[in-house]
Ligand binder design. Structure first.
Ligand code: SF4
Ligand code: SF4
Length: 102
């Protein structure tokens, strides 16, 4: 086996440098019930809480540090209200001179 297990609801955050900066994390704040599952399960520091309530009256979570996301999808899987979507950013265009010539 190998690799490091990520405990559920890990309070303290780690720092990950691999596969970061390539994910779009979208969170539907109007539908968030502020349960905190996403921010607790995320192994790194991505989410934070709003200081003003959303339309439901909850202090919703929002995406504060998207650049820290490494695409583990735990937040996507745990949100009971399907508020979160994580997708790969569009790849940047190839630099001139680096394109393959077929
Ligand atoms: S996919 Fe979700 S849980 Fe995983 S690192 Fe990104 S924001 Fe955190
Ligand atoms: S898990 Fe979903 S409902 Fe709960 S705080 Fe996160 S986004 Fe909001």
């Amino acid at each position: 086996m190998g690799g490091r297990a990520i405990p559920l609801f890990k309070a303290e955050k780690t720092q990950v440098t691999k596969n970061v900066g390539i994910w779009d994390v979208e969170l539907a704040e109007d539908d968030c019930k502020a349960c905190g599952f996403c921010s607790n399960i995320c192994p790194v520091d991505v989410f934070a809480s709003r200081e003003v309530p959303n339309r439901l009256g909850w202090f919703s979570v929002y995406v504060k540090h998207e650049q820290n996301c490494f695409g583990c999808m735990l937040c996507f899987q745990i949100c009971p209200d399907f508020c979160i979507d994580v997708t790969a950013k569009t790849r940047p265009a190839a630099k001139p001179g680096k394109e393959k010539i077929s």
